[in-house]
Design a protein around this ligand. Sequence first.
Ligand SMILES: Cc1cc2nc3c(=O)[nH]c(=O)nc-3n(C[C@H](O)[C@H](O)[C@H](O)COP(=O)(O)OP(=O)(O)OC[C@H]3O[C@@H](n4cnc5c(N)ncnc54)[C@H](O)[C@@H]3O)c2cc1C
Length: 217
Amino acid sequence: MPKTVKCKILEIIERTSNVKSFRLRPEEAVDYQAGQFMSVSLDVNGSVQSKYFTISGSPAIKDYIEFTKKITDSAFSKALNELRPGDELTITMPMGRFTLDRSNGKIAFLCGGIGITPIRGICQYVKGKSLDKDIVLIYGNHRQSDIAFKEELDQMAGEFERFRVVHVLDNPQGEWKGYTGFINKVTDKAYFHKKLLRKKFLIIRSVFFSFAARLKW
Ligand SMILES: Cc1cc2nc3c(=O)[nH]c(=O)nc-3n(C[C@H](O)[C@H](O)[C@H](O)COP(=O)(O)OP(=O)(O)OC[C@H]3O[C@@H](n4cnc5c(N)ncnc54)[C@H](O)[C@@H]3O)c2cc1C
């Protein structure tokens, strides 16, 4: 059953120019699985508004619960963007079935933009717990500067040989030696089919949240 709890904002981290992570300390502990989501409620111009956000971190990290939002011009986004460490908001969680099934050993994630959030949480959990999984992440963005968590994902790929990340940009700026175009261009390539599909990877797409939230794998 989802619980509603008050939280204090511990830290706000800028991931890109328009993507921020909010680290929260809940008043009481709430259990969840990597990939699940929460509802975040806050005061927007005098009335309470709520929106859904995926938990972008791992449940193995007990110090905080994190969500990551693409900041837009909406009233909710502006109100959230004005919050500072020490401010409070209310969350309801956990919800969703986009969670790790222990039977899948080889997983390929396909995601675009802010669709990275549940996948980042799952990858962080798999690495932190040294789970027996091979993961390939195909991650599409517009430009280099739009890639949220890039440094962390690249570092994870360097340290953990069973995790690979393939960045794909549809509008690279300056020098870019990686893949270009939309992610289907990469998945159509012989490389992907030979190296991944023949090894029986399970392919997970996370572009539309309503779809992701209903997925059980
Ligand atoms: C299960 C689930 C998980 C999710 N996880 C995440 C997540 O991890 N991270 C995340 O960022 N989002 C996530 N979402 C989406 C999230 O709930 C919001 O819908 C999304 O962040 C957009 O909210 P918003 O308030 O910024 O914009 P909205 O109010 O939804 O508006 C959408 C766009 O329209 C523009 N707009 C709004 N009002 C006006 C207006 N009057 N005039 C002109 N333009 C306008 C806004 O600037 C914005 O660009 C998730 C959704 C679901 C269902």
